[in-house]
Design a protein around this ligand. Structure first.
Ligand SMILES: NC(=O)C1=CN([C@@H]2O[C@H](COP(=O)(O)OP(=O)(O)OC[C@H]3O[C@@H](n4cnc5c(N)ncnc54)[C@H](OP(=O)(O)O)[C@@H]3O)[C@@H](O)[C@H]2O)C=CC1
Ligand SMILES: O=C(O)[C@@H]1CCC=N1
Length: 278
């Protein structure tokens, strides 16, 4: 049996999200992509050397990476896009698919800087792609067809779950599931500190919080019960859990989470507007 031909990928920007994707594709129990078909454009020489060493990919210049690539992934910070597009237009053709994970930047903003009719898919992944448990939302730009969406979806599905959404939801999703792992890590940090406050060693507290988080995540995914019912099952009448939850409610933690994600969404909109105003 012949394996299906894999897309050759040119990834522009070799930072955190790029490494998460590479790790998911190349470091799991099963290697999901041929490293020879992945080129990463990274301008920091030390970082480029690290990526070559760790993943076995190549790190050529932009022209060489993009030449002949089926898919060009933009993984740079939003404020780098404006300077990047004039370089990309020199090399990217409308026969290639561009996938942008850049927070706050719309497909229209990307399309305006490329050769007319270049298909663009906007994606918002998260760093859990590194362990094959990513959550990515995708939407199509004006020139991307279902075939392009499916191609982007297939690549990102190999490192987690993918949902297709209207582009109007992308800024909210950036603040919600793009940033999402950071919120869970933040809560884990707080719980580990609280174990230390209660007199446990940091090592023991960390071990117990991590396993509790894994157990709770698997229950959320696999039990068929929603978070409200799962929490109710832990909260014995007049017991310790409901007493502690009363304190979280008094401190306004639920409201703070909502205000925080609204602020993240608003920041995403601001970033997009700043990028478009130059
Ligand atoms: N981190 C995350 O969890 C997620 C990030 N994103 C999005 O991904 C994008 C990248 O984020 P992240 O990986 O965290 O950022 P990083 O800063 O970690 O990585 C970006 C890298 O790209 C390099 N770079 C910038 N411009 C160019 C260029 N023209 N050519 C080559 N390399 C370049 C940067 O170099 P230098 O340092 O010199 O600028 C940097 O090393 C952002 O737009 C973000 O919104 C999306 C989902 C999740
Ligand atoms: O913090 C950020 O701006 C990016 C977007 C989503 C996750 N990280």
């Amino acid at each position: 049996m012949t394996a299906a031909r894999q897309d050759s990928l040119a990834i522009v920007g070799g930072g955190n999200i790029s490494a998460a994707l590479l790790s998911g594709l190349l470091e799991g129990d099963v290697v999901l992509h041929d490293p020879d078909r992945i080129a990463v454009v990274e301008r920091l020489p030390d970082r480029a050397a690290y990526l070559r060493e760790r993943f076995g990919i190549s790190t050529p210049d932009l022209a060489e990476a993009v030449r002949g690539a089926d898919v060009v992934l933009l993984m740079v910070k939003p404020y780098h896009v404006e300077a990047l597009l004039p370089q990309l237009i020199e090399h990217v053709t409308a026969e290639q698919l561009v996938i942008s994970v850049v927070g706050g930047i719309s497909t229209a903003q990307i399309e305006r800087g490329l050769v007319p009719k270049t298909p663009v898919v906007r994606a918002m992944p998260n760093t859990a792609a590194s362990v094959g448990e990513g959550m990515t939302a995708i939407c199509a730009g004006s020139f991307a067809t279902d075939v392009h969406l499916e191609r982007a979806g297939a690549l990102l599905r190999s490192v987690g779950k993918v949902v297709e959404v209207p582009e109007t939801q992308m800024n909210a999703i950036t603040a919600f599931s793009g940033s999402g792992p950071a919120f869970f890590f933040y809560f884990a940090e707080a719980l580990i500190d609280s174990g230390v406050l209660l007199g446990l060693s940091r090592e023991l507290s960390e071990e117990m919080v991590i396993q509790t988080a894994v157990g709770a995540a698997v229950m959320l995914r696999d039990s068929g019960m929603d978070p409200v019912r799962l929490r109710a099952a832990v909260s014995s009448p007049g017991g310790t859990t409901i007493t502690a939850i009363r304190e979280l409610e008094k401190a306004g933690v639920r409201g703070a989470v909502m205000v925080a994600t609204e602020a993240g969404r608003d920041r995403t909109i601001e970033i997009g507007a700043q990028a478009g105003s130059h």
